[in-house]
Design a protein around this ligand. Structure first.
Ligand code: FES
Length: 195
């Protein structure tokens, strides 16, 4: 899987995560896609931030059964689409966007298609409608003005939040785009799942 940070990929794949210890799931990967069986796993990894070679940050990576959320051929640069993941409960709404510039965790030929949860990690402010094409960012949040960089795994670049925006992990199967997991914890939830 070329598109994910190797440590995230290892966690998703279960090579050194809880899934591997439990032996509960399997994964088959190539350069462009990985196929997940059903089942839920969560682990914590340290990942680098694109553009910040010295920096590493802890992140919770959770995988779920994959969900079809769009098609590569239907995406237009800087025109976001919405979807819900990993369930349809509170705070599940997310953005799928083709940035037009390479991004951490990006998929597609240009590695520029990313997805993020729409809920601000500070106090749950709604980030819908705040995509800024010029900055490839979400924000400022209407509550306390945090802005998140979508090219660098949703790291905050201004404002009150101190946690990155949860990134939806994506895979491509032909023209289909699937959500397969979460990189980070959704605001207001204990394990990214409702209830
Ligand atoms: S809720 Fe978004 S910055 Fe406070």
């Amino acid at each position: 899987m070329k598109d994910l940070d190797p440590k995230i990929a290892a966690a998703v794949n279960g090579e050194n995560g809880e899934a591997a210890k439990a032996g509960t799931r399997k994964c088959l990967m190539n350069r462009r896609q990985f196929l997940l069986t059903s089942g839920l796993t969560t682990t914590v990894v340290m990942v680098g931030i694109p553009g910040m070679p010295e920096a590493e940050t802890p992140a919770v990576v959770s995988t779920y059964p994959r969900k079809l959320i769009g098609k590569l051929s239907e995406l237009k640069t800087d025109e976001p689409l919405s979807f819900e993941y990993p369930d349809e409960g509170q705070y599940a709404e997310s953005i799928l966007v083709k940035l037009g510039t390479k991004a951490g965790g990006g998929i597609g030929a240009e590695e520029d298609v990313v997805a993020f949860n729409y809920t601000c990690t500070h106090q749950g402010g709604p980030l819908q409608g705040t995509y800024k094409a010029a900055d490839k960012a979400l924000g400022p949040c209407p509550l306390h003005l945090t802005t998140f960089d979508l090219t660098r795994h949703g790291i905050f670049i201004a404002g009150q939040a101190y946690q990155s925006l949860p990134q939806v992990l994506l895979e491509v199967d032909g023209d289909d785009i699937y959500a397969v997991g979460m990189f980070g914890l959704i605001y207001g939830r204990y394990d990214n799942l409702q209830g």
